[in-house]
Design a protein around this ligand. Structure first.
Ligand SMILES: [Zn+2]
Length: 463
């Protein structure tokens, strides 16, 4: 259960990082030798904190490239919504595995999730050893039966969480002994001795959140109920907020106030609020979100691709003390889950918006993917420091597109790509090493998801 990373470049100098029970216990200069359950020779590789994806719909990788270059409503109405009607729990599971695999390859060890069939996503998270906050998605668009089902599911999951906490039981998943209809998956690392109490590889952690889709898909009484449950149970609330100007205008017309104030009146604005997008937040809204310690997650690729017309007011958000994280959104509107690409795009877009090259420098972009989400989601400092969770990556910057390295953070944010990530470690567990993913049969994951996606689209188009 101990891991020694020898001689990785950290803050410009070679360091050896010792990890025990998921925590960094020592950082020593140079290339330290020593006893450890596993030793990784990281000489010449750069160590960085792993990325945390602040907003996604992981299983939507199934719709990657299905209906690009279409206006938002036409795309939703003719492609996504009809196909989602045919989506099964197994589809969601297979899609989640593919999305998680892509994230592991790109150095991401945590994601904040909102989609259907929560249990299928949790299963994929647990098997593949990553961490996630998986929301119970709630929409309320006049379908009483659907709403009752969602409320029932929420009550059930909250009850499970309560009894788990009362019994002091681990929130971690059961050991992965996986056998699916699409083939068996067995993590290559064997389970760790039960006596250590430390989870084996293939035991990821999925925490619970409430995820009302948006103010235009959830009615005020249901939003109010969500706010009450969230405060009673101390659960995060993950919602799309102020993604389009239409949402703001409709809110002004229907409720006589802007979206943040609407949520505030219903009791949802507080430190537990995780608002995705926030493109059209004005100063008063940002001030309120900053004052209460809420989090906003910006998703530049999806916003640009769907031509929603705004650019997130990053400078103002920071000035008002809003915690800003970065997300990829789903792969249907991105079309990948690559946090490196997202960091670069976020930085470039803000420089363009403000006509100021000093805005959102590389270090801040990295913080939006590491330290900010770690604070928002309770994952520690998000830095490589003694006592912190061992969530880190080793990046190979020796190739032609990243050399020379004058400044490792700049090389990472502006020049590196997912393919430069060499090793991904989540809470001390090696998910990928030297480009080899160790927590699944990669071919099987890719092929079964692609087959499920083809069958899903065929079912949808035949109906
Ligand atoms: Zn979204």
């Amino acid at each position: 259960v101990s891991l020694l990373i020898r001689g990785a470049v950290l803050d410009g100098t070679p360091q050896s990082i010792r990890i025990k029970k998921g925590r960094i216990v020592e950082i020593a200069p140079g290339d330290t030798e020593g006893e450890a359950g596993r030793v990784i020779d990281a000489r010449g590789l750069h160590a960085f904190p792993s990325f945390k994806n602040g907003h996604t719909h992981v299983s939507m990788v199934l719709f990657r490239g299905y209906g690009d270059d279409m206006p938002l409503m036409q795309w939703l109405q003719t492609r996504i919504w009809p196909a989602e009607k045919h989506l099964t729990e197994e589809d969601v599971y297979l899609g989640a595995r593919l999305g998680i695999l892509e994230m592991i390859r790109g150095g991401t060890t945590f994601f904040n999730e909102m989609y259907w069939h929560r249990r299928a996503i949790v299963r994929a998270v647990q098997e593949m050893g990553v961490h996630a906050l998986v929301g119970i998605t709630i929409i309320d668009i006049g379908d009483a039966e659907l709403l009752a089902r969602q409320k029932g599911e929420a009550a059930e999951l909250i009850e499970e969480r309560r009894s788990r906490r009362a019994s002091g039981a681990s929130i971690r998943g059961a050991p992965a002994t996986v056998s699916t209809s699409s083939g068996a998956t067995t993590p290559s690392n064997g389970p760790v001795s039960a006596s250590t109490g430390w989870p084996a590889a293939g035991q990821g952690v999925a925490e619970l959140a409430l995820a009302p889709h948006a103010i235009y898909t959830v009615t005020p009484p249901v939003l109010k109920w969500i706010g009450e449950v969230a405060s009673e149970e101390n659960l995060p609330v993950h919602i799309h907020l102020s993604e389009t100007s239409g949402e703001v205008e409709d809110c002004l017309q229907s409720h006589g106030c802007r979206p943040t104030e609407h949520l505030d009146r219903l009791g949802l604005v507080g430190p537990r609020l995780i608002a995705a997008h926030g493109q059209f937040l004005d100063d008063a809204e940002l001030a309120r979100l900053g004052e209460v310690g809420a989090t906003v997650v910006t998703n530049p690729s999806a916003n640009l691709k769907l031509a929603t017309g705004g650019i997130f007011p990053y400078r103002a958000a920071r000035a008002f003390g809003v915690r800003v994280c970065l997300g990829t959104d789903g792969a249907a509107s991105n079309n990948n889950l690559d946090m490196l690409q997202e960091m670069k795009l976020a930085a470039l877009l803000q420089k363009h918006r403000e006509q100021d090259a000093t805005v959102l420098p590389a270090g801040e972009a990295l913080g939006m993917a590491t330290t900010s989400p770690s604070q928002a989601f309770g994952l520690g400092s998000g830095k490589i420091e003694v006592g912190e969770r061992a969530d880190l990556i080793l990046v190979d910057l020796s190739g032609p597109s990243t050399q020379p390295v004058h400044d490792p953070v700049s090389s990472l944010v502006y020049a590196a790509r997912a393919g430069n990530v060499h090793t991904t470690i989540c809470e001390g567990r090696v998910l990928m090493h030297a480009g080899k993913v160790e927590v699944c049969d990669e071919r099987e994951v890719i092929e079964s998801a692609a087959a499920a996606a083809r069958a899903l689209v065929a079912r949808s188009e035949a109906s």
